[in-house]
Design a protein around this ligand. Structure first.
Ligand code: AMP
Length: 185
């Protein structure tokens, strides 16, 4: 399947299976529940392939050295993307979860504030990195993760997300990086 056809199949599955949950985890938030997509083997396969396409060149060769996934749905998505690309996976975790020396960056969420951390030795200098998460909302998570990759000496290559909340300025955090989005909602 071509990269475009892969993204189209994934987008169709997203439109069919993602469930909107109003007022979760607090009033005013329309939560995007992706668990039905994960529970459907064909849909899960399609979205992993589509997210991974950002880590390949036109000939299909892998052009990244690591996939970084942000806690916690970025783990579920990023780990199979890393395997599909034949590269390693690096978790970016919430404060206090990683057991060894970390770099830390604080950021604003759509709902609340948080700090993200990465192991200082998780990415080698010059390694190219694909960032994977489920939802791009305010862009705070992506912006913080970009800074963590840079602190390690890595090079941010591209960002892949299932959904972009079109009413929010998340795209600004992605800046000049290529952005793969399967659905704008
Ligand atoms: P942000 O940093 O504002 O771009 O928010 C992105 C992070 O928050 C992602 O890791 C998402 O999992 C989560 N998130 C934000 N808004 C939503 C939403 N409406 N539905 C589901 N997850 C969300």
């Amino acid at each position: 399947m071509s990269a475009d056809a892969t993204v189209a199949a994934a987008a169709e599955a997203m439109g069919r299976l993602v469930i909107d949950v109003p007022d979760f985890p607090e009033p005013g938030i329309l939560f995007k529940d992706i668990s039905p997509v994960l529970a459907d083997h064909d849909a899960f396969t399609a979205i992993v392939e589509a997210l991974a396409s950002a880590g390949r060149d036109d000939s299909g060769a892998t052009v990244v050295d690591k996939v970084v996934g942000m806690e916690s749905r970025g783990f579920i998505l990023g780990a199979p993307v890393a395997l599909a690309l034949g590269v390693g996976f690096v978790p970016v975790r919430k404060e206090g979860k990683l057991p060894r020396e970390t770099y830390a960056v604080s950021y604003d969420l759509e709902y609340g504030q948080a700090t993200l951390e990465i192991h200082t030795d998780a990415i080698e200098a010059g390694e190219r990195v694909l960032l994977v998460d489920d939802v791009l909302a305010t862009g705070g998570t992506v912006a913080a993760t970009r800074r963590l990759v840079e602190r390690c000496g890595g090079v941010n290559h591209a960002v892949s997300v299932l959904m972009e909340l079109g009413a929010l300025p998340g795209r600004d955090a992605v800046g000049e990086l290529p952005l793969t989005v399967l659905a704008t909602v």
